[in-house]
Design a protein. Structure first.
Length: 213
């Protein structure tokens, strides 16, 4: 079993770095306090769930007209899209021009047909991880349920077979090993949010922690 306390404290320490405004970057595409990298670092809670294409399923449920339960074959039959976006991690690195392949979140939500009372979502990972977003954030055109990145299928370490990608938010809002999307009326803070991470997570506002202004 991973040392949860040590892992959590370590990630928070890196993200905080004194919890003060970061240095402005010359490259206007890199938010303040971030450093551009050319690799794709791996960060998680030390748990690699035993999920693969043969046993993976995605459930979309809660305040929807049509609950969805998709296996890998059904997911692959949906319209596939390639999207290029920048990726910003709260631990202060950014990779530009990440190309992702998958299904737009807005398409999946269209199929599920959210009820009028649905205002927020919880993303559930196969590792037990959760994170929260307002429903409008998932309807952005660049938000994807991705199965490939940089020309290759996502490895387990990078959240494969499927992860959520939310480019306008810090990467912790994009759950790895995506298992379910739950729609509900009221906001429900997820794993990092209840531990002090910012509820909105806008990298351009440096919203790393709830006490960040």
């Amino acid at each position: 079993m991973p040392d949860w306390k040590k892992l959590i404290e370590g990630k928070i320490a890196i993200a905080r770095k004194g919890n003060k405004p970061g240095k402005i970057n010359q490259n206007v595409r890199v938010p303040a306090g971030q450093t551009e990298v050319k690799n794709f670092p791996i960060l998680d809670l030390g748990i690699l769930p035993e999920v693969n294409k043969s046993n993976w399923k995605l459930r979309i449920f809660g305040l929807v007209e049509n609950e969805l339960n998709l296996d890998w074959e059904a997911f692959q039959l949906l319209p596939q899209t390639t999207s290029v976006s920048d990726f910003h991690c709260v631990t202060r690195w950014s990779r530009l021009d990440m190309d992702w392949v998958g299904v737009k979140a807005q398409h999946l939500l269209m199929l599920a047909a959210p009820l009028k009372t649905a205002k927020f979502v919880t993303l559930h990972g196969y590792d037990g991880y959760t994170t929260n977003l307002d429903l409008a954030a998932l309807l952005d055109d660049d938000v994807m349920v991705a199965h490939s990145a940089l020309g290759y299928p996502l490895t387990t370490a990078h959240g494969g077979p499927v992860r959520m990608v939310v480019p306008k938010r810090y990467a912790w809002k994009g759950a790895k090993w995506l298992k379910a999307i739950e729609l509900h009326e009221f906001d429900r803070p997820g794993f990092w949010e209840v531990r002090g991470y910012h509820n909105e997570a806008d990298p351009w506002q440096e919203q790393r922690f709830s006490d960040d202004e």
